[in-house]
Ligand binder design. Structure first.
Ligand code: NDP
Length: 604
């Protein structure tokens, strides 16, 4: 939208100019290829996804049967497994391609990795396992250890199958069992399957010309090569980089956390930036055990509900979590209260959101000026988009890292890296000679289920899930899919869709699945399946209910908005949540599972 000639009040004039700048910056970055600008990490790129942490242990192929098999050993599998065990379903097997539990926290061991949501709500089952987070925002090694703790506490290791990738998952309608085939030659059967392969599970590489020609070393941030760099996941100095020229491509949430460590260690560091992230204050601190001991039983549920309520626009007497997420909502609420003349309808809420976002982004840009010594670098690090267009980042050392004389920001003004050759890479027409290229280029999000998961799921009458979801996800409650009996999808979509704290979605899903299996087993059912009518009605309600994640067309491209492409109905279906929001969904699903009717499911 151009800045108009009409005479506008000062604050509105600023808004118009800011929005014009947002659109100008967005347009520099829009690419016709959308998601296709990235490389699928197969064939010659396969080594980028190999497990660098654990050697797979030789074992005989399995040919057996379990009651519940879960694919994915991250929080989705751990939480579903834990809830099933609590409900008395003991025969649970988690199948995981990594060498241990942890999912994203198994793979992401880059230096500085840390949760961006407060540990008291992000780390699930804290009361059950008796763990006190050491910091408000815990670092990755502690999170990985917590995943293991859950595994041990609920005896999930006993029957787990690790370093094993599912290759085929097929429903046998005669036997009423799922057949699970793997890359280790297994052919297991399961009465029920759960699928929780995660939204950010498969690394992607930028499709930069010449990417295979580089003769130096390279890796993706989710497969950090400490043998090459030295150091370790706890953040010890990467002493082997002292004489190296290192390039890192990407400046998303991952790069923001590892760049400060690289800046300390590298002979020379070059950070290739296409779009700057928004970097707000972190304010991390250690947890006081005396204070922790004062928390009363049931505290974690209370904290989860308080966070979700406040983060999604509700009112509560107290903000228990007090972090960047609840701060965003608090500011919006304050603006609503400041302007009673606007009323309290959706338009007033939207206006309040714009006001608070303009203020917040101005603060974030001012913070860059306060921290960065070099004015040109400061200008390049300023984000020109609304805070929720991309994953908001919070860090107290990232911007500061650019004041290190050996750390160089290479701002490509939306163009990205031009080309890679044998000795380094090209950006802004200049060649950068490098020993190491680190790809902080993110993960596949908008691509189809089979490509992201590495296997397809074949339901009744040979129907593949990728076929059923060709035009987007179709489900009942985000969990059940017609023609895929006894199968349970575990993720945020078509349900609460609470992106700011994904484990909360998974905890509730675990509770729901445990209740369903308990009921199915108690009535002696062989098959549990959603009715076509329930699935249709659910999809229809959500699709026309208007609550969708990442739909702002003025946003700069990224995985939050399908790289700025119109993803059509598919995009809507894949990213939509319960129309009344996460709090209402959690209330709805709790009531649904406790009434015992399980309306919309058939038990036969
Ligand atoms: P992202 O997808 O957020 O970032 C990828 C980066 O690569 C972007 O900066 C992108 O630029 C850049 N890029 C892509 N192609 C090129 C190119 N050709 N030249 C130059 N740059 C390029 O991936 P991340 O791994 O950083 O984060 C993914 C998600 O993982 C986060 O959004 C978050 O949800 C999660 N995460 C969570 C953390 C936590 O909770 N603590 C920590 C880290 C990650 P552009 O922006 O222009 O597209």
């Amino acid at each position: 939208m151009p800045v108009t000639d009409t005479v506008l009040p000062d604050d509105q004039l600023d808004r118009e100019a800011t929005l014009a700048k947002y659109l100008e910056e967005r347009d520099k970055r829009l690419r016709a290829e959308g998601n296709d600008q990235y490389i699928n990490v197969t064939d010659e790129f396969e080594h980028y996804v190999e497990d660098p942490y654990v050697e797979a242990v030789e074992r005989e192929p399995l040919n057996d049967e379990v009651t519940f098999a879960f694919i994915g050993g991250g929080f989705a599998g751990l939480l579903t497994g834990a809830k099933l065990k609590e409900a008395g379903i003991d025969d649970v097997r988690i199948i995981e391609k990594g060498g241990d539990f942890g999912g994203t926290w198994y793979w992401n061991r880059y230096p500085g990795a840390q949760c961006d949501t407060a540990a008291f709500i992000y780390l699930p089952l804290l009361e059950e396992t008796g763990h006190m987070p050491s910091e408000k925002y815990t670092h990755a090694p502690e999170i990985l250890e917590h995943c293991r703790r859950i595994g041990r506490h609920f005896d999930l290791y006993d029957n787990a199958v690790l370093s094993t990738e599912v290759t085929e998952l097929e429903w046998d309608d005669d036997a009423k069992r799922w057949i699970i085939r793997t890359n280790r030659g297994d052919e297991m059967r399961a009465k029920y399957v759960g699928v929780g392969t995660g939204p950010l599970h498969r690394p992607k590489l930028p499709g930069i010309e010449g990417i295979t020609s580089f003769k130096g070393h390279s890796f993706h941030t989710s497969r950090w090569d400490y043998d090459y760099t030295g150091g370790d996941p706890s953040g010890a100095l990467m002493e082997k980089l002292a004489d190296k020229r290192v390039g890192i491509i990407g400046t998303g949430a991952t790069a923001v956390q590892c760049v400060p460590h690289l800046a300390k260690a590298c002979g020379e560091l070059f950070v290739f930036q296409r779009t700057p992230s928004s970097i707000d204050i972190r304010n991390n601190h250690a947890i006081d055990p005396e204070w922790f001991a004062t928390l009363q039983p049931g505290w974690q549920k209370e904290w989860l509900e308080n966070f979700t309520l406040l983060q999604t626009g509700g009112f509560a007497d107290e903000d228990l979590v007090m972090d960047g997420w609840t701060d965003i909502s608090q500011r919006i609420r304050d603006k609503v209260v400041e302007h009673p003349e606007r009323g309290f309808g959706p338009e007033a809420l939207q206006q309040a959101y714009f006001d608070s976002d303009d203020e917040k982004m101005a603060e974030i840009r001012a913070r860059v000026d306060e921290i960065i010594a070099d004015p040109e670098t400061a200008e390049a690090l300023k984000p020109w988009y609304r805070q929720l267009c991309k994953r908001p980042c919070f860090h107290d050392q990232y911007l500061q890292a650019y004041n290190t004389p050996t750390a160089h920001l290479v701002h490509t003004d939306g163009k990205g890296v031009e080309r890679i050759d044998e000795t380094g890479l090209w950006a802004n027409g200049e060649h950068y000679e490098l020993d190491l290229i680190i790809y902080a280029s993110g993960f596949e999000v908008g691509t189809d289920f089979a490509r992201r998961s590495g296997f397809d799921m074949v339901g009744r009458n040979g129907l593949a899930l990728s076929e059923k979801w060709d035009e987007g996800m179709l489900s009942y409650h985000g969990t059940h899919v017609r023609d895929f009996p006894n199968a349970f999808i575990v993720g945020p979509s078509q349900a609460a869709n609470l992106i700011s704290n994904v484990p909360h979605n998974l905890t509730e899903r675990g509770n729901t699945i445990a209740a369903i299996i308990n009921h199915a087993e108690s009535v002696g059912a062989e098959v549990v399946e959603t009715t076509a009518a329930a699935e249709d009605a659910w999809v229809d309600r959500l699709e026309h209910g208007g609550r969708r994640f990442g739909g702002d067309p003025t946003c700069t491209p990224g995985y939050y908005n399908f790289e700025g492409q119109d993803a059509g109905r598919r995009g809507t279906l894949n990213s939509m949540g319960y129309p009344e929001g996460p709090v209402a969904y959690f209330e709805y699903i709790q009531e649904w599972r406790t009434t015992g009717d399980f309306e919309g499911l058939e038990f036969t």
